[in-house]
Design a protein around this ligand. Structure first.
Ligand code: AMP
Length: 214
């Protein structure tokens, strides 16, 4: 099962990717997480990516494509994977299709999380993420049992640098300009599945299970 989560910042991609990973046992690969890990580790890649991320811009295609395509070559991806946050441009999508086609494979599903723009900024600025395991919460809609502490692993919650108000508007604009064209791209390919991301996380996940178990 090879699939992609598509959706604007704050549409719930990461939350649903974690659930899909747990339920279906597929590796969930977030290019954003790979960059954040590199930033935390102080690598050259992390230094390069940070400048773009802090401005809410996309990291250049040639960098992201190499990272994502290498990652899906790893052993755990042999039977399937879920990409969360890749591709984000038509060029990235074409590179992924080409790599899969070279191996006689193709994408099975693209899960599009639909949330109106007006709700996105509030969802992103209220997001808090576990520093340890990466699980996402929301201060109002999905708070942890104990403030600032991850329910799952007890790690400390924090706000991502690029989830601050100044950056979020830019990220949503970048999504609409550079990533939204992928909706037409995958619709044409006949693999796009629309999901109403405004429902609560449980209901959205039920809808995803229905789509994936057809
Ligand atoms: P995310 O965690 O998916 O919201 O990604 C955080 C940031 O990482 C994005 O705003 C981009 O700056 C960068 N990034 C992650 N994935 C990609 C991608 N596929 N293409 C370009 N930049 C990306």
């Amino acid at each position: 099962m090879k699939m992609i989560m598509l959706g604007a910042p704050g549409s719930g991609k990461g939350t649903q990717a974690a659930r899909i990973k747990k339920h279906f046992g597929v590796p969930a690969i977030s290019t954003g997480d790979i960059f954040r890990k590199n930033i935390a580790d102080g690598t050259e890649l992390g230094k390069k990516a940070k400048a773009y991320m802090d401005r809410g811009e996309l990291v250049p295609d040639e960098i992201v494509i190499a990272i994502a395509l290498n990652r899906i070559e790893e052993d755990d991806c042999r039977d399937g994977f879920l990409l969360d946050g890749f591709p984000r441009t038509v060029e990235q999508a074409e590179a992924l299709d080409k790599r899969l086609a070279d191996r006689g494979q193709r994408l099975r599903f693209v899960l599009l999380m639909e949330v109106p723009d007006v709700q996105l900024a509030e969802r992103v600025t209220g997001r808090r993420v576990c520093k340890n395991c990466g699980l996402s919460y929301h201060v109002a809609h999905m708070p942890p049992a104990e403030e600032g502490v991850c329910d799952s692993c007890g790690g400390a919650l924090h706000q991502r640098n690029d989830d601050r108000e100044e950056t979020v508007k830019n990220r949503i604009g970048v999504y609409n300009a550079q990533t939204a064209p992928l909706i037409g791209y995958y619709e044409t390919a006949g693999i796009l599945k629309h999901l109403d991301g405004t429902k609560g996380p449980e209901r959205v996940f039920e809808d995803i299970v229905k789509v994936l178990t057809i």
